[in-house]
Design a protein around this ligand. Structure first.
Ligand SMILES: C[S@@+](CC[C@H](N)C(=O)[O-])C[C@H]1O[C@@H](n2cnc3c(N)ncnc32)[C@H](O)[C@@H]1O
Length: 345
């Protein structure tokens, strides 16, 4: 049975502290299950005082297996174990754009990049066609996108993405950031930032971007489409087509004071979700999946899964192997007991 050892990025420890191997291990288990890596088993191991995630597979890692490991939110390096020795394994580079797309923005209330990537991965793995995560075909919606952490991760993976947020300041900050970033990196792109008027009614603003990593890609039409709607997520009629997205991925308001305007608007996340879910399920295609990051202190897991079921979604066993409903649960601070839940349409 081949064994690979995955060295986690040091930043994962900064985000999750001692929980990093467990969380990234659960992520890998979910990806392995979604991508049909039969018999894959994951366990944290320590070797000469260094922590790794061990991945046992029935067969040697093929291209898909290597791409799955490369997609992990916190894989730093991977080795094949050969007796006492570790042989480095070259992983495919999945990012289409410079990494600073995801890291450069810093602001209060930003959802951690690794957690967002983990959420996207685990949600994509639960869809009927997880392969779209790796081939650029997955259409992503973050219906409460803030300043766009999910949008940037999706873009960087070569995916099309749509974001929605009611906080105009977030929209403006994101729009300014993305325009500057594309200019600084001399990326061929188009931008349309305009008032959103549907049937004569003013509905906020809309940013539409087309961008490609190179001029040749742009010319060949190999572009990413990004849309950001500055509007209320509970009403997307006329703005997002039914069945048009493969995954919905969002970090729901934590119901605590972050200094963010939006969080003050939504102190009761379950009420907000109850109002938003009819629209979110409408725009999600059948076979698609929804992944929500949430604070258990303000949204008990059972209440949230019951709400998702009441809206016709089936809550997935998001961690593949998983009887463990706490696989992704971790403490952020005294007021945030963070977890995720994945549901399929
Ligand atoms: C936890 S934050 C998301 C942060 C984001 N992931 C980021 O990294 O920037 C939750 C977001 O939900 C948004 N929100 C709350 N109620 C909303 C509503 N009714 N419609 C759209 N967005 C809403 C808030 O404005 C806030 O930006």
């Amino acid at each position: 049975m081949p064994e690979h050892l995955i060295l986690l990025a040091p930043s994962a420890n900064r985000v999750y502290a001692a929980d990093a191997p467990r969380l990234v291990g659960a992520e890998l288990q979910a990806l392995a299950a979604g991508f049909g890596m039969t018999g894959a088993a994951v366990e944290p191991v320590a070797l000469a005082g260094v922590d790794y995630l061990a991945l046992h597979t029935e067969d040697a890692l093929d291209d898909t297996g290597r791409a799955v490991v490369a997609a992990l939110s916190a894989a730093h390096a991977v080795f094949r174990r050969e007796g006492d020795l570790l042989a480095p394994v070259r992983l495919p580079r999945l990012g289409r754009y410079p990494d600073d797309l995801v890291t450069v923005q810093k602001y209060q209330g930003k959802t951690n990049e690794q957690w967002t990537r983990l959420l996207l991965n685990v949600t994509a793995a639960a869809t009927r066609e997880p392969g779209r995560l790796l081939d650029g075909g997955l259409r992503v919606l973050d219906p409460m996108c803030g300043r766009g952490t999910t949008l940037n991760i999706a873009l960087s993976l070569g995916l099309d993405a749509t974001g929605v947020d009611v906080d105009r300041k977030d929209y403006e900050a994101y729009s300014a950031f993305l325009k500057t970033w594309m200019r600084q990196h001399r990326l061929k792109h188009t931008v349309d930032d305009a008032q959103l008027t549907i049937g004569g009614a003013k509905r906020g603003r809309r940013l539409q971007v087309e961008v490609a990593p190179t001029k040749d890609d742009f010319k060949a039409g190999d572009v990413q489409h990004l849309t950001y709607l500055s509007t209320d997520t509970t009403d997307l009629q006329g703005l997002v087509r039914s069945g048009s997205v493969d995954v919905i991925v969002t970090d729901t308001p934590y119901g605590v004071q972050h200094g963010s305007h939006g969080d003050r608007l939504a102190r009761r996340p379950l009420d907000l979700l109850d109002r938003a879910l009819p629209e979110w399920t409408r725009v999600l295609r059948t076979g698609g999946a929804m992944g929500l990051s949430y604070n258990r202190h303000v949204a008990p897991r059972d209440d949230l899964t019951a709400l998702l079921a009441a809206h016709g979604l089936s809550v997935a066993d998001e961690h593949g192997a998983g009887e463990d409903p706490d696989a992704f649960r971790h403490r952020v601070d005294a007021s945030i007991d963070r977890d995720l839940v994945v549901a399929r349409k």
